[in-house]
Design a binder for this molecule. Structure first.
Ligand code: ADP
Ligand code: NA
Length: 333
């Protein structure tokens, strides 16, 4: 009964990295050409400020992320591109969801535990409530499909729980039970320095990740120095099971070249990393450098970016305002 709609977002809280590109952006670009009624992609600045952001840097990162979206192939003609704070219905619905979600549900969220660390008492209330805002981001569009990396799986389950509880509490079938879309070889790109940690903006080691703005030399150097093991590459995926660093590099290669891991290994099985790493570096540079060049060009015209986002916000509000109004009606407000 719900038309297929896609929503997803990325935080403007630092450099866009290869994990964001392969786990999220590259798949957003594909989905905008598939048979969805609407695709909405969002810079989630309200999420970013759950931890301190310098105001000037936040403004810069938001424009840069918008440039990254467009340079990667997201088109304002095919998708609605927005900055979250410019569509106030996200935050308005989030308050309602704060009243639907239970404290106990939030306390089980592993991302909060990871981000708050040992000193959870000092974390912002917003960091704790983050998943309710994320549910609002999705459900204010009645989105049915959300492309994300594996780290977001638990938050998507919570989104379904919130939708189901709202529908049950008010005796309606108003919010859809949204499906996460977690697929491909790179749903969890790992750090280049430690195969047990995911590649992340918040990792203090710059060598742990490939940033979308890195130049060819930086990309090649980071891949050359990436942690590996002394063995040759296996000829089947099974052979990577106990080798997280090796598996990570093969997964990245597969995702960048749009192949399965087995297809890649059929080609490179038996080779040493000394031979494979330069191939991976060449592929990464070929794929990423046109994007970073285009990002730099777009960043030279910030007014154009702001115009695209303003237009996106207006289009978005045609969807979100009626859904918020109907939500208020259901609640008796
Ligand atoms: P980060 O985790 O670096 O702060 P975000 O929270 O803004 O980035 O995540 C934006 C999107 O990128 C989400 O869909 C998330 O699942 C995806 N993502 C982030 N890191 C990775 C990764 N290492 N591998 C795959 N996808 C990732
Ligand atoms: Na994340």
């Amino acid at each position: 009964t719900f038309p297929p709609r896609v929503f997803s977002g990325i935080q403007p809280s630092g450099d866009l990295h290869l994990g964001n590109y392969l786990g999220a952006l590259q798949r957003f670009v594909r989905m905008q050409d598939e048979a969805y009624e609407q695709t909405v992609f969002c810079m989630v600045d309200l999420h970013a400020i759950t931890v301190w952001q310098d105001p000037k840097e936040l403004a810069h990162s938001t424009r840069e992320l918008a440039a990254g979206f467009i340079a990667s192939g997201l088109s304002p003609e095919k998708s609605i591109l927005i900055n979250q704070s410019q569509v106030p219905e996200h935050a308005q619905l989030a308050w309602i969801f704060n009243c639907v979600a239970r404290m106990g549900w939030m306390q089980r969220m592993t991302q909060f535990k990871d981000k708050a660390g040992k000193n959870a008492e000092k974390a912002s209330l917003g960091l704790f409530a983050y998943p309710a805002l994320m549910a609002a981001d999705i459900l204010i569009y009645h989105a049915t499909h959300v492309p994300v990396g594996e780290d977001q799986k638990q938050h998507l389950e919570l989104t379904r729980d919130i939708a189901a509880k709202f529908n049950h509490d008010y005796g309606v079938d108003f919010f859809p039970l949204t499906e996460p879309v977690i697929e491909g070889a790179a749903t969890r790109v790992m750090s280049l320095r430690d195969g047990t940690k995911k590649m992340s903006k918040s990792d203090p080691s710059d060598a742990s990740r490939i940033n979308m703005t890195d130049d060819a030399d930086a990309i090649a150097k980071k891949i050359r120095k990436a942690k590996t093991d002394p063995d040759a590459l296996p000829s089947e995926a099974k052979g990577l099971e106990q080798r997280p660093e090796a598996r990570n590099l093969v997964n990245i290669y597969a995702a960048l070249s749009d192949q399965s891991v087995d297809q890649v290994l059929a080609e490179v099985g038996g080779q040493q990393f000394g031979a494979f790493k330069p191939m991976l570096a060449d592929l990464a540079v070929a794929k990423l450098s046109p994007i970073s060049t285009e990002m730099a060009r777009l960043m030279a015209e910030p007014d154009e970016i702001d115009k695209i986002l303003a237009r996106g916000a207006a289009q978005a509000r045609e969807i979100t305002a009626p859904i918020l109004q109907k939500t208020y009606d259901i609640i008796g407000m």
